[in-house]
Design a protein around this ligand. Structure first.
Ligand code: FCB
Length: 444
């Protein structure tokens, strides 16, 4: 078991969430739809026809949720802003009532001694932009994303110390534009490459705007999901496929953003999408990297449009409800490699596992498998730190059970159970376990 002594006194403990996954209140106080509202309303796209219309109703229950964070001893909370709540059209006139919500949330966090970490984009693009052809496949989105960043910086910059541009730019571009299994449901290799490049450029534009509009000392970063791409078999063909998967899934966004250079495989795919000066426009010095990680992935050679195929974990591998391989050594190696390669302080901003454990007859939620997972993955953080990697915090995914995108409400990732009928919150055994670690560090 890991113990508090395995981590330094100033190690940050906390949790992450995302707007569309928890807020609900989808049509309240002037919020307009995002691509996820449209996608989940389309039959067959999300399991059981689930939507984020109500989700955890965090929009109305945020005080209760912040109280749970405080009681856990958390010192940081990463949330994302719903772009179409604060700018219903994605641009133009802001919605004051929407901005007020993030004001209230920020103040509530600060009053409870929790640092607000704000992520600008966790996948819920305003539908109006998408429908006007101004989504991620269009280069015209760059100034719009920068304006959105500036709006929030001016509104919340006096109280929010840490900012991230994108959550998992690598994942939402592939799932939403390449594979078509997430919003907006486009399945096209060219659209995927367009989206990747415009997201990268939008990141650069937003960082410059944030630097201009935030007080000096604000900490700006980005949050990639980094997962080793491993060859399914020990052959040259699969090793080459794994290199292509690594380029597509890890390097295509993280390298230009943190290093200012596309890797050779991605550059080749991008062709003349990369105009003169683009890499400089993407690259702006960053203060931190938020690292999301769940499991390694496996690639095999394929003569499809990607040059690789996603494979299941090896026979007999330990997996979670999502089918993801539990392999803490892969996490340790990823942390060491990311800290070395990207050269900025790293905070784990997502890690955790899904189950479907419900409360027992006594009301308690005994999620022993999650405790075992967190223990082993925190052990990997400890080991990466011991190997010299600058890892400064751990924010679990997630604070609450929530809307797990195309999987709907089936997989439960929370350390707090949510009964979706009554919206009752019940801290799970894993919440108490993590709180024991986090609290031991607070001087409270
Ligand atoms: C990550 C997403 C997050 C959540 C977890 C399980 O890829 O960032 O929203 O869905 O996976």
């Amino acid at each position: 078991m890991v113990s508090r002594q395995d981590f330094p006194e100033d190690f940050v403990w906390g949790a992450s969430t995302a707007s569309y996954q928890i807020e609900g209140a989808h049509a309240s106080d002037g919020r307009a739809p995002s691509i996820w509202d449209a996608f989940s309303a389309t039959p067959g796209k999300v399991k059981n026809g689930d939507t984020g219309n109500v989700a955890c109703d965090h929009y109305h229950r945020y005080r209760e949720d912040v109280a749970l964070m405080r009681a856990a001893g958390f010192s940081a909370y990463r949330f994302s802003v719903s772009w179409s709540r604060v700018l219903p059209e994605g641009k133009g006139k802001p919605n004051e009532a929407g901005l007020d919500f993030y004001d209230r949330l920020t103040d509530e966090l600060l009053q409870n001694g929790i640092e607000p970490w704000l992520c600008l984009y966790h996948w819920d693009l305003p539908l109006a932009l998408h429908e006007a052809g101004l989504g991620w496949t269009s280069r015209e989105i760059l100034p719009l994303f920068a304006d959105y960043a500036g709006l929030l910086a001016r509104r919340l910059g006096d109280r929010v110390p840490r900012w991230a541009t994108f959550n998992e730019p690598n994942m939402f571009t592939m799932l939403g534009y390449g594979a078509g299994v997430h919003a907006p449901g486009i399945r096209d290799r060219g659209a995927w490459l367009d989206a990747v490049h415009h997201v990268n450029l939008s990141h650069g534009a937003a960082v410059r705007r944030l630097r201009a509009d935030l007080p000096a000392g604000a900490l700006i970063g980005s949050v990639p999901n980094l997962q080793p791409a491993l060859p399914a078999t020990d052959t040259d063909a699969d090793r080459e496929a794994a290199a292509r998967m690594d380029a597509a899934m890890n390097r295509a966004t993280a390298d230009p953003v943190f290093l200012g250079k596309y890797d050779p495989i991605t550059r080749d795919w991008m062709g003349d999408r990369i105009r003169a000066g683009d890499e400089d426009a993407i690259h702006a010095p960053l203060d931190w990297l938020g690292l999301n990680h769940y499991s390694p992935t496996y690639a095999a050679a394929a003569s499809n449009r990607w040059g690789f195929r996603n494979m299941d974990p090896p026979e007999g591998a330990e997996t979670t409800l999502m089918g993801w391989h539990v392999k803490p050594e892969a996490f340790r190696d990823t942390l060491i490699e990311a800290a070395r390669r990207y050269g900025v302080p790293v905070y784990v901003t997502e890690n955790g596992m899904a189950d479907d454990v419900e409360p027992g007859t006594d009301g308690a939620v005994r999620d022993a498998a999650r405790i075992a997972y967190l223990d082993r993955y925190l052990g990997a953080v400890r080991d990466a730190r011991a190997a010299g990697a600058d890892i400064r915090g751990y924010l679990v995914w997630s604070m609450l059970d929530n809307f797990e995108w195309a999987m709907g409400y089936g997989p439960r990732f929370g350390i707090v159970h949510v009964d979706y009928a009554s919206l009752k919150r019940t801290p799970k055994a894993s919440y108490h376990w993590l709180a024991a670690l986090a609290r031991a560090s607070s001087t409270a």
